[in-house]
Design a binder for this molecule. Structure first.
Ligand SMILES: Cc1ncc(COP(=O)(O)OP(=O)(O)O)c(N)n1
Ligand SMILES: Cc1nc(C(=O)O)sc1CCOP(=O)(O)O
Length: 446
């Protein structure tokens, strides 16, 4: 019995890695599905333009499908760029021999404006491929072409989705809402004679490869045995995250980030484990004299580009305090458990992205002197120099302080201290790439 599920993409290659089979394979991997490919065209493409297209001979496209279907087996498939009528006919003829669900992304024009389907091949797509579709996933412009009507509103999208399904024989149609006016991206599904709307905020980010990745995510989840509506629900969350966390590369439309879906949860688990272990070690070191009045926190942030707010930084809930002669963590490690130190580390990462961990300890002149003697780079900020407009802005003092301390020295600081203010305890902060490195620096001060 084959334990891993398989999904096949019948699509073109994007040399920029943002769309096409490259996007599809990354998406399949993000869902733990083994990806298979039948390449229809090779495109020379980047974030700005498609500069060359080489179509693969139709019999070679068919043979790729046959080769993987007969040996490995296909649990679900999708089509992307089909380029010309001959390839369309060959794909239709071949997939008919198998009974896997087929998601059709009716790719027509790249975001950069290049046509990816010959004008005279649209009729072939409607005639030969759409009748075989479990789901068709047009964007607004593709839906207008397939339905022959203008789409401006969600109501128009509903009429178009029904029209495409009824006129072509496709089992379901989802008209994507990314290009339809409004603050939300509302996708309209027409399936089994009824509608379902999928909503998500229109997020700022990268959109090259959204159509490919969305349809690939649906295909992967169909391969895993999800029903159509559930597969779309997961795919919608996947693509919203992928756009928000997009890779800022190239000079044109930057690509969706398919790895965010697995990388964030995996990193969170690693961070939780490493920080929990380091907090236990800190307790065992029992550095009673280092615990300030307000308590100590110990933080570890997600890497960039994922670290954006305090919820992306893990810390100790309730902080680490002194109980009699012992140092104790009040609560467990949790994301969002730190405010001050989270802001400090997020600011530090703007200058030194790999330095994701920090701890705060009690200030003393002796500790600062020892840090310098041990060869650590020490800097400081003076809250009395804080500009009025920063003072007035809630939560702005620490980012300002860390930034000014970093700019004060030529090298990356290991330690930043401040001498406090009225009602504000002075503090020493130690930074490192990870909690282990922070503890190593702390040991030098014991
Ligand atoms: C080879 C290839 N296939 C498909 C597309 C279109 O991809 P899509 O996901 O619709 O993304 P944009 O091009 O619209 O950003 C492509 N560009 N190349
Ligand atoms: C209260 C406080 N002030 C600090 C400073 O650097 O000025 S460090 C600190 C303790 C840690 O706080 P949290 O749990 O919000 O990260």
């Amino acid at each position: 019995m084959r334990l891993v599920k398989t999904a096949l993409t019948i699509a073109g290659s994007d040399s920029g890695g943002g769309a096409g089979i490259e996007a599809d394979l990354k998406t399949f991997t993000a869902f733990g599905v083994h990806g298979l490919v039948a390449i229809t065209s090779v495109t020379a493409q980047n974030t700005q333009a498609v500069t060359a297209i080489h179509d693969i001979p139709p019999d070679v496209v068919s043979e790729q499908i046959r080769a993987v279907a007969e040996d490995i087996g296909v649990d679900a498939a999708k089509t992307g760029m089909l380029s010309n009528a001959e390839i369309i006919k060959a794909v239709a003829k071949t997939v008919k021999n198998y009974d896997f669900p087929l998601v059709v992304d009716p790719v027509m024009i790249a975001k950069s404006g290049a046509p990816l389907l010959r004008e005279d091949a649209v009729d072939a797509l409607i005639k030969y491929i759409l009748p075989l579709a479990t789901l068709v996933t047009p964007n607004r412009f593709e839906a207008e072409k397939l339905s022959g009507m203008k789409i401006r509103t969600v109501e128009d999208a509903k009429i178009a989705a029904k029209k495409i399904a009824e006129e072509t024989g496709a089992k379901a149609v989802i008209v994507k809402g990314g290009h339809i006016e409004g603050e939300e991206a509302i996708d309209v599904l027409y399936h089994n004679g009824s509608y379902r709307l999928y909503r998500a905020p229109k997020v700022e980010g990268c959109t090259h490869g959204t159509g490919c990745s969305f349809s690939a995510a649906i295909t992967a989840n169909l391969a895993k045995g999800f029903g159509l509506e559930d597969a779309i629900e997961v795919a919608k969350k996947f693509i919203t995250l992928g756009i928000a966390m997009g890779h800022r590369i190239g000079h044109g439309h930057c690509p969706v980030n398919q790895s965010a879906w697995i990388e964030i949860p995996a990193e969170k688990w690693r961070i939780y484990e490493e920080l929990t272990r380091a907090v236990r070690e800190f307790e065992e070191m029992n550095p009673v004299k280092f615990i300030p009045e307000v308590g100590t926190n110990f933080v570890y942030s997600l890497p960039l580009p994922y670290a954006r707010t305090r919820d992306d930084v893990a810390g100790v809930k309730g902080r680490i305090v002194r109980v009699g002669n012992e140092v104790r963590a009040v609560g467990p490690v949790e994301f969002g458990a730190s405010d001050h130190l989270a802001r400090a580390v997020l600011t530090f990462m703007k200058f030194y992205p790999e330095y994701r961990s920090a701890i705060n300890i009690r200030y003393s002149e002796e500790t600062v002197r020892l840090a310098e003697e041990q060869g650590l780079v020490v800097s400081f900020y003076d809250r009395r120099e804080e500009p009025e407009e920063i003072k007035e802005r809630e939560g702005a003092t620490i980012p300002w302080g860390i930034e000014s301390a970093i700019k004060r020295v030529k090298q990356r600081p290991d330690v930043i201290y401040h001498l406090g203010d009225v009602g504000k305890e002075p503090m020493i902060l130690i930074f490192g790439r990870n909690p282990r490195e922070v503890l190593d620096k702390l040991r030098l001060l014991l």
